[in-house]
Design a protein around this ligand. Structure first.
Ligand SMILES: Nc1ncnc2c1ncn2[C@@H]1O[C@H](COP(=O)(O)OP(=O)(O)OP(=O)(O)O)[C@@H](O)[C@H]1O
Ligand SMILES: [Mg+2]
Length: 322
């Protein structure tokens, strides 16, 4: 073997040695990298699995649009806060922003939900203290930003912070439909208020949302106790039910098979309340206001009889009955 050949062979041996030493190191590095991602996933899961300290998450949802979700979110959040619980009501309807109007705080909006998620404002800068009731805060939706900005992680961050701030209830006003915004609003729910009008299309869409609550919520993903879905039947007109122009409470219950939280009668007071920025529950004279108060009682575990489901007697009706 020439001197040159020996040199070449030594060099090759050295190179092989390097590879032999390097390979396990690289393998190890790959393993560690894999372990890290595994650990990250576990952490991520643990984080989402960790229960909130005090916070109870309620979503007001429906599937179908325009059935009374925002009206109900405002009324129910106000009712819960009036019972002394620290409550926040969150508008998930990115782009539309109706909740602040119904709560009567639209002129005080400076920052919104998306600003908080994107770190442009602190949560306590964006929360608006309600002017009617103590313990109540409104987090408005963004009117301009794109809907993609509402991320699941962002929503969780806001909920964890509300929990740290010792909030006890958060009421989430869902947008219409079964698309992304509605899914984000219901994902963390412990309880769902399925808002439905007494008509077939509304019932059908509510049925779809109940399916989604059972399949796509955090509770279903983690195999926890299912989201407690409750029926809120709104815009009920007993006289039209009697004439078979509307589904009855019993019809709707039979179709949806979830417990009844309340029946809210159709009332012109609702629009008046929204236009003046005073949630309807504050109008104690109004049937609709009283029906929301009953629903809040039931939500908090108290039994109250069902009212406003039969036709109101007119003057002559009252004369002829005892
Ligand atoms: N009990 C009621 N009596 C009369 N009108 C009502 C009642 N509940 C809601 N409304 C009216 O129905 C309309 C829709 O209500 P609201 O905005 O609360 O529905 P929504 O489900 O939030 O709609 P969207 O799906 O567009 O967000 C409003 O004009 C509201 O005033
Ligand atoms: Mg709405």
């Amino acid at each position: 073997m020439s001197e040159q050949e020996v040199k070449k062979e030594n060099q090759a041996a050295e190179e092989q040695k390097d590879t032999l030493i390097l390979e396990p190191v690289l393998e190890k590095a790959e393993e560690t990298k894999e372990d890290d991602t595994k650990a990250e996933n576990v952490d991520e899961k643990n984080k989402t699995m960790e229960p909130f300290k005090n916070l109870h998450v309620i979503v007001v949802t429906s599937g179908k649009g325009g059935v009374g979700k925002t009206t109900s979110s405002a009324a129910i959040a106000t009712g819960i806060a009036r019972k002394g619980f620290k409550t926040a009501v969150l508008d998930f309807d990115v782009g539309l922003r109706n909740l602040d109007l119904i709560m009567g705080c639209e002129r005080r909006v400076v920052y919104d939900f998306i600003n908080v998620i994107q770190g442009e404002a602190k949560l306590n800068q964006a929360l608006i203290k309600d002017r009617h009731v103590n313990n109540l805060y409104v987090l408005p939706a963004s009117q301009t930003k794109d809907k993609e900005a509402l991320t699941k992680d962002g929503v969780e961050k806001v909920f964890r912070e509300l929990d740290e701030m010792n909030f006890e209830y958060v009421v989430c006003d869902s947008p219409a439909g079964i698309e992304d915004g509605a899914l984000k609003a219901l994902y963390f729910a412990d309880e769902a208020i399925v808002t439905t009008n007494p008509e077939v299309s509304s019932v059908r869409d509510s049925d779809r949302i109940i399916g989604i609550l059972n399949a796509k919520s955090r509770r279903s993903e983690l195999e926890l106790e299912p989201v407690a879905a409750k029926l809120l039947l709104t815009r009920y007109v007993p006289s039209r039910v009697k004439k078979s122009e509307m589904l009855s409470v019993e019809d709707v219950q039979e179709l949806l098979t979830i417990p009844l939280l309340g029946v809210i009668p159709e009332s012109t007071d609702v629009l008046k309340a929204s236009n003046s920025g005073n949630p309807i529950i504050l109008n104690e004279e109004s049937d609709a206001g009283q029906a929301y108060e009953d629903a809040v009682e039931r939500l908090l575990g108290n039994e109250v009889p069902l009212r406003f489901v039969t036709e109101k007697k007119g003057f002559f009706g009252k004369l002829f009955t005892k």
